[in-house]
Design a protein around this ligand. Structure first.
Ligand code: TYD
Ligand code: MG
Length: 453
């Protein structure tokens, strides 16, 4: 018997080590490294035909490679396609990650039922019984006559059956319950997850099948999170959103066929997941009344703008060390902006508690939030509401200068589309032509912006 190879892998970040360590050198997580036994000769570990040696390797020039007739097909959901970079690529392995209950199974069942009308599709459920899936499909009113279902957890059996059925798209729900006979450890362990995913990915490539693999994100060290298999799949997308909120966002984390910073928005309703094609409208349901500390800004998510509301509350602190709390924004950035406001805006908030919240559970990592955040703080501190029809964006530098942000024009257009009448923007983002019904106030320095409001 061939000696099996052993490696040690961090379940948080997927880094590999030759020996066990208490702390991962890369992601600095403790107790996440577990032993990983590779299957015997994994490179030839397939018993489906068309695998060992049938496709002979040969050297080609880039332009002589056959791209196939159909580079991509649509999943039927614009929001899903957007995150995938324009649709599903045949022969690709796509990982859909998310916490249990995020709606991964629901999203994929809806997608597969509609895709099955135009192509052979196979849904493999290892977690739920066939009855459970059928009941859900019936309740959601999906077309159930074409989609082929299989309840199976053995990866070898799945590939053998898929070879006979010849589907164009396969869903594996989920990778944590899949197992291979060659690998000794329990399903869900690092070895099983990695080997199963690698085997399925090879099958997808060889047979030109799009493979959608569900993976649960979990902090528990005994279960391998999707991180450990990110390197072997083509796209990794996450379905995020807390279970107490209606909205779910799909976000690309890795994509070999498109940009990764795209965002897709869905709403979980009684009738399943529904696309939200105009997300700005949902994050902007504001009360009619003007309130101090509330500002609307325009974010840029991938290829489209998104209007979000930023709220700030500045209140006298009873503590010696006042609190600085940021929800949805970066805490360090908030501290930096407070220092800039002090130095270049002449506003001391040292004895004040500062709370900042991005409404709707949106997480902002863009620097264009700076100006909006500062003006929200000032508005709350002075108890002076800003006009409802004002939108603000821009990066603020350490010397109090307002720096331009990418896609400034498009952001202003989006705000105009939603009925905003005034915009405070960086000077270099000022549009060359006037925009109908929009008064653009271009500012160069923080002091200019403070003067305007
Ligand atoms: P599910 O797709 O099973 O999650 P995952 O596969 O990611 O674990 O979704 C489960 C959650 O979605 C569950 O908490 C209930 C909710 N849900 C609805 O609100 N409406 C629906 O129509 C469906 C099918 C699910
Ligand atoms: Mg599920």
């Amino acid at each position: 018997m061939a000696k099996s190879k052993t490696a040690f892998v961090c379940t948080e970040c997927g880094s590999e080590y030759a020996r066990w360590l208490g702390q991962c050198n890369d992601c600095k997580a403790w107790n996440t490294i577990s032993e990983f036994r590779q299957a015997k000769s994994p490179s030839r570990g397939g018993n489906f035909s068309g695998f060992a040696g049938i496709t002979e390797a040969k050297v080609q020039t880039l332009d002589s490679i056959d791209l196939g007739e159909l580079p991509r097909f649509s999943s039927g959901y614009q929001e899903f396609d957007r995150v995938l970079g324009g649709g599903i690529v045949p022969g690709s392995a796509i990982l859909i990650g998310g916490e249990p209950g995020a709606g991964k199974s629901t999203l994929l069942l809806q997608t597969m039922c509609s895709l099955a009308a135009s192509m052979p599709a196979l849904y493999i459920t290892g977690e739920e019984s066939l009855q459970q899936v059928a009941m859900r499909a019936k309740r959601l009113g999906l077309a159930t006559d074409k989609l082929k279902m299989l309840s199976e957890t053995s990866v070898e059996n799945i590939c053998n059956i898929a070879e006979k059925e010849q589907p164009k798209i396969i869903v594996i729900d989920s990778i944590q319950v899949m197992h291979m006979a060659d690998v000794q450890s329990a399903p869900g362990s690092v070895s099983q997850v990695r080997e199963s995913a690698a085997y399925l990915t090879r099958f997808a490539k060889q047979h030109h099948v799009a493979m959608l693999i569900v993976g649960h994100v979990t902090k528990d060290g005994s279960l391998a999170g999707p991180k450990v298999l990110e390197h072997c799949i083509d796209c990794s997308i996450m379905l995020e959103g807390s279970t107490d909120s209606r909205y779910r966002t799909l976000r690309g984390h890795k994509n070999r066929f498109g940009a990764v910073n795209e965002l897709g928005v869905f709403a979980m309703t009684g009738g399943g997941l529904k696309e939200v094609k105009n997300p700005s409208a949902i994050f902007l349901t504001r009360s009619e009344e003007q309130t101090p500390g509330s500002v609307v800004m325009v974010l840029w998510e991938g290829t489209r703008p998104l209007l979000v509301e930023i709220q700030a509350l500045v209140d006298h602190s009873a503590l010696g060390n006042p609190r600085r709390v940021a929800v949805g924004a970066d805490q360090n950035r908030l501290s930096m902006l407070l220092a800039i406001l002090n130095r270049h805006g002449g506003l001391q908030l040292n004895d004040q508690d500062v709370f900042v919240n991005v409404v709707g559970g949106v997480k902002v990592s863009e620097t264009s939030i700076d100006l909006a955040l500062i003006l929200a703080l000032v508005s709350s501190f002075k108890d002076n509401a800003l006009p409802q029809d004002l939108v603000i964006f821009g990066e603020v530098g350490l010397s109090g200068e307002i720096r331009p942000v990418p896609s400034g024009q498009e952001r202003i257009y989006e705000a105009a589309k939603h009925g905003f009448k005034r915009a405070i923007v960086p000077y270099n983002n000022k549009p060359k032509q006037a925009i109908d019904g929009m008064e653009v106030i271009a500012v160069k320095k923080l002091s200019d912006a403070l003067e305007v409001i």
